[in-house]
Design a binder for this molecule. Structure first.
Ligand SMILES: [Zn+2]
Length: 291
């Protein structure tokens, strides 16, 4: 039995093999500031519905379901605390997005039942499946669009994680965020980063993502630069002229782990969810929880 799993079942006072339904979870809902009590599989359903376009291919949705389940279970095993004693939250800055069936129907006035059924199918067909690396739950990070090459944990966090390496992704070109152009006048740059008319990348990761940049007199990290200029990612090329700067960004999100539009691209090419997951999380295995 996997240690993390044993801990997880033990804190719920039950033996894994006796479980027939998926474990209960308490999810904090930020809008109502209330707890929603769900089974883990119901939570995964609402997370896939919130985190990936329901129009995506079934195999992409299945890959997302396994990521969402793994991500959630790792939070549960780590014993994260959210408001009101919740174990999970719908706050995307600290956990994963979540919608229930009613919220999903409001967001998708057309075909919502068909789309919900399709997501349900993706969750059912991967029921209990999680991703492990060396018998431990992985930190199943994912993002919208990598832009052609994912980011390693080493370049993003400065911490090497065996299964979060930078991999080529030739599958996400259909994302409208694959490439984004933004123009800032020097006045706009000054408003955001202080007076001056200079910009210089000081350090970039092998994948091309900016790690350190000097804008006028201000030196900042790539993520700070992304936040201040409201860029889709830290993977940018910058050109400047007398009037201002042009920033061409690649992808959308932190770039680590599964690329969601890449998963869709792989699914469209006939790859299944197992192939998708092993592409983005190298050297990992799937494990099916016994419930
Ligand atoms: Zn990609």
């Amino acid at each position: 039995m996997i240690t993390a799993m044993a801990v997880f079942f033990a804190i719920r006072g039950c033996q894994a093999p006796l479980i027939t339904d998926s474990p209960p979870v308490k999810v904090y809902r930020s809008k109502t500031q209330q707890i929603e009590q769900l089974s883990l599989e119901q939570y995964v359903l609402g997370t896939v519905a919130a985190e990936m376009p329901a129009s995506f291919e079934l195999e992409a949705l299945k890959a997302q379901a396994v990521c969402a389940r793994t991500y959630a279970l790792r939070k549960l095993v780590d014993g994260k605390n959210y408001p009101r004693g919740a174990e999970l939250s719908d706050d995307i800055t600290t956990c994963q997005a979540f919608v229930n069936a009613e919220e999903f129907a409001e967001l998708h006035p057309q075909h919502n039942e068909q789309l919900w059924d399709k997501i349900q199918q993706a969750v059912d067909e991967t029921r209990g499946e999680v991703i492990l690396y060396e018998n431990q739950l992985i930190d199943a990070l994912y993002h919208s669009t990598c832009g052609g090459q994912t980011a390693s944990a080493l370049e993003a966090y400065g911490r090497d994680v065996a299964y979060l390496q930078s991999v080529e992704c030739g599958y996400c070109q259909q994302s409208r965020r694959y490439r984004t152009e933004q123009y800032f006048t020097w006045q706009q740059v000054a408003d955001l980063a202080g007076e001056g008319k200079s910009i210089q990348v000081l350090a970039a990761a092998p994948s091309g993502r900016i790690q350190k940049i000097k804008v006028n007199h201000k030196v900042m990290s790539g993520s700070e630069f992304r936040r201040i200029f409201d860029l889709p990612s830290t993977w940018c090329t910058i050109s400047s002229d007398r009037e201002g700067i042009n920033i061409t960004s690649r992808g959308y999100g932190h770039g680590m782990g599964l690329c969601q539009y890449g998963a869709q691209g792989m699914a469209l090419q006939g790859k299944n969810y197992r192939q998708i997951l092993s592409h983005y999380y190298q050297d990992t295995q799937l494990y099916k929880l016994p419930y």
